[in-house]
Design a protein around this ligand. Structure first.
Ligand code: RB5
Length: 157
């Protein structure tokens, strides 16, 4: 799996913790910065990762800022990117099973390290369920292509 990780200054500490965790899992993520606590702009880092995921140059990405909100907003501007801001095991699992999230977003100021590591582990190991969830993702893709499809359909949560 080709995966990159990036943060702004507010996510720098948690990025280092996640990098250690990924190294323990024998993964070799691309570290795209930031490289310290000096103030930077989170969109610059979101763009770097999300553009590569959008173009298929990366399979997955992990983005970290203070709350995770700014990184989510920026990353989700890119077609094909499904960036999910996760806070716990439930959201990490659902973001993969239901949303096929290809970017995980974390907030260093809202998560303890143990929870963050748990989220990353679940997010990396959980498969997309497809089925009715694929139909919903197709509708999101249609929004990106400016041609919403089909009537509302329901059935299952
Ligand atoms: C930086 O202070 C902070 O605004 C940023 O890390 C993030 O939380 C934005 O959403």
């Amino acid at each position: 799996m080709k995966i990159a990780i990036a943060s702004d200054h507010a996510g720098f500490g948690l990025k280092n913790r996640i990098l250690r965790f990924l190294a323990e899992k024998k993964m070799e993520p691309l570290d795209l910065g930031a490289n310290g606590r000096d103030s930077v702009d989170y969109p610059d880092y979101a763009i770097e990762v999300a553009e590569s995921v959008s173009k298929g140059k990366l399979d997955r990405g992990i983005l970290i800022c203070g709350t995770g909100i700014g990184m989510s907003i920026a990353a989700n501007k890119f077609p094909g990117v499904r960036a999910a801001l996760c806070h716990n095991a439930l959201t990490a699992e659902a973001s993969r099973r239901h949303n096929d999230a290809n970017i995980l977003v974390l907030g260093e100021r809202v998560l303890d390290e143990e929870t963050a590591v748990q989220i990353v582990g679940i997010w990396l190991e959980t498969e997309f369920e497809a089925g009715r969830h694929q139909r919903r993702l197709d509708k999101i893709r249609a929004i990106e292509e400016a041609r919403p499809i089909g009537p509302r359909s329901s059935g299952g949560c």
